[in-house]
Design a protein around this ligand. Structure first.
Ligand code: FE2
Length: 279
């Protein structure tokens, strides 16, 4: 099975960059299933149902989020009717939405588990993500129908966090039991994409889809001002130069029988960063 995961979509330029490059990625990589992190899609802060529907119409199968999930408050009232938009699983009990979902692939042949959790180091900490994810992977086991009625052909975790160490720990904890553990939130693609010893593809951060002539997607002037002047400056808004937008992510090919990764390649197209496209 062929999986495409793209990192945090930041603002208008990130959304348009995704819509501009996704057709080419679909043509060249023929993914059976596409996941994106959408938590910065609405002006850099949050996501709405309307934006999510634009992504779904473009061929995205599932959207993950993170600490900015509720920045557009209207989503609180919308998320329960959007089955393929998920929020971190470790929010307090009773929070709207869901932390994981099982969805069919485009061709209907595969069942895919997508999970979203928030890391805690250097973050506003939620509940412990490790037991929360453990409970899901114990029920939805990798290996398809051989694993019973809840078996899945592929399993993906978007682990949204700051510390690469915490994300690597999650990768090792789940190694051999999911297809892909990928970090988001730091908006910079890390160079550690690998297949762990148990067969799980892993990268500490997929990188954002947004304008890289910026500070993690936001206009650099306001970020520089805040850091160096320590006085109120302009509100943070996404950088918007389409010429420096790079769409970043990972392409993973799994073994249909085991659900584990056979191949993991970086994807970087458009604009600023050095390009990477699987053969
Ligand atoms: Fe985030």
């Amino acid at each position: 099975m062929r999986l495409l995961f793209l990192g945090d979509i930041v603002g208008r330029s990130g959304r348009e960059g995704l819509l501009r490059h996704l057709p080419e990625l679909q043509q060249r990589l023929s993914p059976d299933f596409v996941v994106i992190n959408g938590e910065n899609a609405a002006g850099g802060f949050g996501i709405t149902e309307k934006i999510a529907n634009e992504f779904f119409a473009a061929g995205v199968d599932c959207i993950t989020t993170g600490n900015h999930v509720w920045d557009q408050k209207e989503l609180l009232g919308q998320i329960d009717r959007i089955p393929n938009l998920i929020r971190p699983i470790n929010y307090p009990e009773g929070t709207p939405g869901r932390g994981y979902t099982v969805l069919p692939s485009k061709n209907g042949r595969y069942k895919v588990l997508v999970m979203n959790a928030m890391a805690r180091v250097f973050m506003d900490p939620l509940d412990d993500p490790f037991p929360a994810i453990e409970r899901v992977v114990k029920v939805h086991r990798l290996g398809g129908p051989m694993m019973g009625p809840n078996g899945v052909h592929a399993a993906i975790l978007d682990f949204h966090g700051e510390a690469t160490s915490e994300k690597m720990i999650m990768g090792h904890v789940l190694d051999g039991r999911v297809s892909l553990v990928v970090g988001t939130h730091s908006h910079i693609p890390t160079a550690d994409l690998q297949i762990l010893s148990g067969g799980t593809a892993y990268q500490s951060d997929a990188g954002m889809c947004g304008d890289y002539d910026s500070v993690i997607g936001m206009k650099k002037e306001s970020a520089i001002h805040k850091m160096t002047r320590k006085t109120p400056g302009e509100r943070f808004t996404p950088a918007e130069n389409d010429a420096t937008v790079t769409v970043c992510g990972i392409f993973v090919e799994t073994d249909d029988r085991t659900g584990l990764a056979k191949r993991a390649e970086p994807v970087r197209v458009g604009g600023r960063l050095k390009q990477a496209m699987p053969e």
